[in-house]
Design a protein around this ligand. Sequence first.
Ligand code: AR6
Length: 178
Amino acid sequence: MEHSRISIIKGDIVEQHVEAIVNAANNSLLGGGGVDGTIHKAAGPGLLEECRKLNGCATGEAKITEGHALPASYVIHTVGPVWKDGKHRENELLSQCYHNCLRIAKKYGLRTIAFPSISTGAYRYPVERASRIAISEIVRFLGSDESIRNVIIVCFNDEAFRCYSAALDEIPEHRTNM
Ligand code: AR6
C-alpha cells in the first residue's frame, strides 16, 4: 500500500533499513515483550544500558537512543496508552505518540522512520481504531513538514495490514497511484 510518503508493509520492524525505528515500549523503558523485546534482542545489551540513563518515559511521550546492533541508526522509544474503554484519553495519548516520535525524527534531521502498530498488542487498543488515529496524525504531520521523506508502518499480521491500508485509503487527497 503506497502513499507519496507513507508505506504500509507486512514484516518485522527490526529488519528495516531506515534511519529510525520506533519502539512500542513501557514507562520504564527497560524492555518487555512484543516488539519491545524483539528490538532489545536484535539491538544487543548496549540498548538497555543506554535506556537505563533515560529515567523512563511518560505515556504519549518519546525518547531517542542509538540503534546499536540494529540496521537502523536510531530507536525512538514511545509509550502508548493501555486501552481501557476509550474514555481515558486513549485516542489523544496515541496521537501524541506518533506526533512526538515524528517531532524527534525531525529534530534529528532523520528522513526515514518505521513505526510498529503502537498499543495494539499487549496494550489491547483496537487495531482498526488505532490505525485511523495513526494515519491521520502521520498525514497531518507530513502535511506541515517537508523534511521527513518516508514513513513506513510495519504490520506484524494480516489484520493490522488490512486496517492500516484501509485507513490510508480513506485519505483521498494523499493517494498517488490510483
Ligand atoms: N515488528 C513489527 N511489529 C511487531 C513485532 C515486530 N517484530 N512484534 C510485535 N509486533 P506490542 P503494545 C506488533 O505488544 O501493545 C511490551 O511488553 C504486534 O503484533 O509489542 O504497545 C512493552 O514493553 C502489535 O500489532 O506493544 C509494553 O509493556 C504491535 O506490534 C507493552 O508490550 C504492538 O504490540 C506495549 O504494548
